[in-house]
Design a protein around this ligand. Structure first.
Ligand SMILES: Cc1ncc(COP(=O)(O)O)c(C=O)c1O
Length: 452
């Protein structure tokens, strides 16, 4: 084991990685070390049990450190085989590609492996341009596609883009869930791809109307634009079926997968596409390796991916996600009914959002507006902080809509965990509507962060 100062384990991080992140965690009271993580539960160094309702942003679909995935990776590591060569065609990469394409179905017959969702988006951009010969990239307002330059070019939230431009030219955005705007944009015939999340996660768990994606698919086909679904958060049974595309009945030309493919262990991502799209990039011997990535097909990631699929399928975690998600939303709606600051509870499977609304009563309106003026995320962060500190529940706000609390536990989450989450959130919601310490604590916090 490396030597770390147990009394001050984040000193090195503060000095050597990112002091502002440590500061933010301190302010939120969430600067803890985790010593043991299993299923949906995390153990902290000071003996607290934390319920994970974030899953590392939809990484831990199979639960933390699933013993079968850990064993598969450990066995692979013990073999002493060809982990990364970039000089041969790996058997595990082939097996994983075929299995992913079989599960995804439709037009998807080939996979490109890489190491992150953002890298998957970059791949989709390049392949779409190569296949169509068009420069344009269309995306949806409010989207989150990752933080590399190409992915940022598809996004409009200035929190992520400010200071990093200029970005790729030839990009445009349409409102999400608006077929008319989409049709008008596609009719220009400039766009190689329409890149869209089937459910916009960071935009506030926004579900489209049931026919939006089918219509988008028909419009894309009519105008020669590829439909690329970013299923980085929604894939791997998070919403019930293997892909959210299956729920909405669409057959995209490309799908970007990442996060849960790793089993929570080895970074991994995959772009699934039609053979025709793949062939238009790898179109000759000369171009056989024209798009690659050093760690893309490494055996540990491939083995982790195959073992993760085994666990997700054998334990029927998709059916579980669908049933538990329905139960969670029903219980949340019952428990939070009648509270004016709870706007909506929505989601699909175990991708759930609770939207908070500005209060109407003057006694709540004044502090709410004051804290929102300090920072638009301030109020929501108070909820996240209280859930964590007082109830041992880990959650987060949606990155592009701070009014929405995201609840996305591992798909192995149990009934008792749902109960605990619902009663914790009810207690926090009751506190924010009462005259108690919610607002005085917010004031104390505001004093500490005025220079954020
Ligand atoms: C929908 C979506 N696409 C892409 C990404 C980027 O993935 P990564 O962080 O692995 O680069 C994310 C990350 O949260 C995401 O939520």
């Amino acid at each position: 084991m490396p030597t770390i100062d147990a009394a001050s384990p984040v000193t090195g991080y503060r000095r050597g990685v990112n002091p502002q992140w440590v500061r933010l965690l301190d302010v939120l009271g969430m600067n803890v070390q985790y010593t043991h993580c299993a299923g949906a539960e995390l153990q902290t160094a000071d003996g607290q049990r934390v319920l994970d309702f974030l899953s590392g942003y939809c990484v831990h679909n199979a639960g933390h450190n699933h013993p079968k995935i850990v064993a598969a990776v450990a066995e692979e590591l013990g073999r002493g085989g060809a982990m990364i060569l970039q000089s041969h065609a790996g058997d595990l990469a082939g097996a994983l590609a075929e299995r992913l394409c079989r599960l995804a179905g439709g037009r998807l017959g080939r996979a490109f492996f890489c190491s992150s969702g953002s890298e998957g988006i970059e791949t989709a951009i390049k392949f779409a341009r190569a296949h169509t010969g068009r420069p344009g990239l269309l995306s949806a307002a409010g989207a989150f596609h990752g933080l590399t330059s190409g992915a940022l070019a598809l996004m409009d939230h200035e929190l992520w883009t400010r200071g990093f431009g200029p970005f790729l030219p030839e990009t445009a955005r349409v409102p999400f869930n608006d077929p008319r705007a989409l049709e008008a944009a596609l009719a220009t015939q400039r766009f190689a791809a329409f890149i869209v999340e089937p459910i916009q996660a960071e935009a506030g768990i926004r579900l489209p109307d049931p026919h939006y994606l089918v219509t988008a698919q028909a419009l894309c086909r009519r105008h020669g634009t590829l439909l690329v679904l970013d299923e980085v958060q929604t894939g791997f049974y998070r919403t019930g079926p293997f892909l959210a595309a299956h729920y909405f009945g669409v057959e995209p030309d490309m799908v970007v997968l990442a996060k849960a493919l790793s089993g929570g262990l080895i970074p991994s991502a995959a772009v699934l596409m039609s053979e025709a799209i793949s062939d238009s990039v790898y179109d000759s011997l000369k171009r056989a390796v024209v798009h690659t990535s050093t760690y893309s097909e490494n055996r540990l990631a491939m083995r982790a991916g195959l073992a993760t699929l085994d666990v997700l399928e054998d334990s029927r975690l998709g059916e579980r996600a669908a049933a538990m998600g329905e139960a969670l939303r029903r219980r949340l709606r019952e428990a939070l009914a009648g509270h004016e600051m709870v706007g909506a509870v929505r989601g699909l499977g175990l991708l759930c959002g609770v939207e908070f609304a500005p209060p109407r009563q003057l006694r709540l309106k004044l502090p709410f507006e004051m804290f929102s003026a300090i920072h638009p995320a301030f109020f929501g962060k108070m909820v996240v902080r209280r859930l964590f500190r007082e109830h041992g529940v880990l959650t987060e706000l949606c990155g592009n809509d701070f009014r929405v609390l995201k609840a996305a536990p591992p798909l192995v989450v149990e009934e008792r965990h749902l109960e605990a989450f619902v009663s914790a959130l009810r207690a926090v919601v009751e506190a924010m509507h009462g005259a108690g310490d919610f607002w005085s604590e917010a004031l104390a916090l505001a004093r500490r962060v005025v220079d954020v």
